[in-house]
Design a binder for this molecule. Structure first.
Ligand code: AMP
Ligand code: GLY
Length: 418
């Protein structure tokens, strides 16, 4: 197959790494890609936001399959355009993708279908939202309805912080139109996990899970980031058959069924962010894509050919193949620029790629080449990932290697998987 992969993060480098190993892949092109994908595929300079150009390129270059990494092209309806043009696509339609792109859509769907989630209300009026604060307990969570690059969620410990947050989103429009409406919800307590399942709109694969470290500092101290590291399977919880059955039956199956019944079947990978509360697993959010950095720990564990899975999703017969994950422990740590997720400098030379142990994978995100040298070019710069028989050895392998890769201000968490 001739395949077009869309995206430029470490997630897409990892997807490219995985599918380039498949005998079904004859040609792989990445738009726009990064320095990592450049080594295993061909990059083409088209932005993930240029829906029209991506669509035209997919048609004119006669791709057999388009794999969409990030959520923005889903929201822009790229899958719909490709399906209408008869091109196979991995990534749900705009309508099914609203599970991620509109939090109020997702919450309302969950409420209607008794899918366990934090209690909530949706507001489009700023005064109503402020008045609601008189009726509820703190802490609470305020979320911009639309996409906000993972920054549209604020945990508010008291009334004043809640008022400030409502003003920041609805009056000052910090997240633009994404904050036209907001969700105010109950703060959930428990272990957080990211759970994934492939689905063809009706059938879904057995679940796989990872723990993502969202906070910037060791011991989970704020601020929130896109993710500083991850490991899989989630060792600190009982990720056993019973828990997987509960999540499948109370969350994954009903949400897939609900979208199907609405005439918007969800095809792709469904990512559920959950909190394991005392009353059982509850949904924080759904995403319509692979996670980053979760992908960098999940795909090294995937035994089944990812392209075979994607073809089954397109054919609607995912029930006919078995999606298998190996029993190894996979762990990844993100190397970020000093100052991320706020203000940071770029352009620092990166050294040490050649000194890494063989079983370390390095996935690029914020890097570029200047005069033949690798330099930093983003907040999350690189992900180091490895796989081992147990979590402790995966962790020590990464931490033995991570200081070898260096650039000015390189920052990482020291406690991933510990
Ligand atoms: P989201 O983008 O909705 O996943 O929110 C980002 C992060 O905020 C999550 O990964 C959680 O760590 C935290 N969070 C979101 N909603 C809640 C909630 N209702 N209770 C506790 N923590 C939450
Ligand atoms: N790691 C969180 C995400 O990809 O949304």
């Amino acid at each position: 197959m001739k395949i077009l992969l869309i995206g430029n993060g470490a997630r897409e480098h990892c997807i490219a790494w995985k599918i380039s190993q498949s005998p079904l892949c004859s040609e792989l092109i990445v738009a726009p890609g990064n320095l990592g994908t450049e080594e295993i595929a061909e990059n083409v300079e088209i932005s993930i936001d240029d829906t029209k150009k991506l669509h035209e390129f997919a048609i004119s270059s006669e791709f057999d399959l388009v794999i969409i990494g990030p959520e923005a092209p889903i929201e822009a309806g790229l899958s719909n355009l490709l399906i209408d043009s008869g091109i196979k696509v991995f990534g749900p339609t705009k309508e099914a993708g609203m599970l991620e792109t509109s939090k109020s859509f997702a919450k309302t769907l969950m409420k209607k279908n008794n899918i366990p989630t934090a209690k909530f209300e949706v507001f489009t009026d700023i005064t109503d939202a402020k008045n609601y604060l008189d009726q509820i307990e703190f802490p609470l969570v305020i979320k911009a309805d639309g996409l906000a690059s993972g920054k549209g969620v604020v945990i508010c410990k008291d009334r004043q912080q809640s008022l400030n947050t409502i003003e920041m989103i609805m009056k000052d429009k910090k997240f633009g139109d994404a904050g036209k409406s907001i969700v105010i919800e109950e703060f959930l307590i428990g272990q957080e996990i990211s759970v994934f399942s492939f689905t063809d709109g009706e059938n879904f694969s057995s679940l796989v899970a990872a723990c993502d470290y969202k906070k910037l500092f060791d011991s989970n101290l704020a601020p929130n980031t896109g993710g500083m590291g991850a490991f899989s399977p989630p060792k600190s919880i009982h990720w056993d058959h019973n828990l997987q059955k509960i999540i499948s039956e109370s969350i994954i199956s009903p949400v897939i069924q609900a979208l199907n019944e609405e005439g918007n079947p969800y095809k792709g990978i469904l990512y559920a962010g959950l909190i394991l509360t005392k009353e059982g697993p509850k949904v924080l959010e759904f995403n319509c894509r692979f996670g980053d950095p979760e992908t960098q720990v999940l795909l090294p564990r995937l035994e089944t050919d990812l392209l075979e899975i994607i073809l089954s999703i397109n054919a609607g017969n995912l029930n006919e193949i078995k999606v298998e994950w190996n029993d190894s422990y996979s762990l990844a740590v993100v190397l970020a620029s000093a100052g991320y997720p706020n203000v940071f400098q770029t352009g620092y030379e990166i050294s040490g790629f050649d000194d890494l142990d063989q079983n370390i994978n390095i996935f690029h995100s914020g890097t570029k080449r200047v005069q033949g040298k690798f330099v930093t070019n983003g907040g999350r710069v690189l992900t180091l990932s490895t796989i081992s028989n147990d979590l402790a050895s995966a962790s020590s392998l990464i931490y033995r290697n991570i200081d070898k890769v260096n650039f000015e201000g390189a920052y990482y968490r020291h406690d991933i998987g510990k």
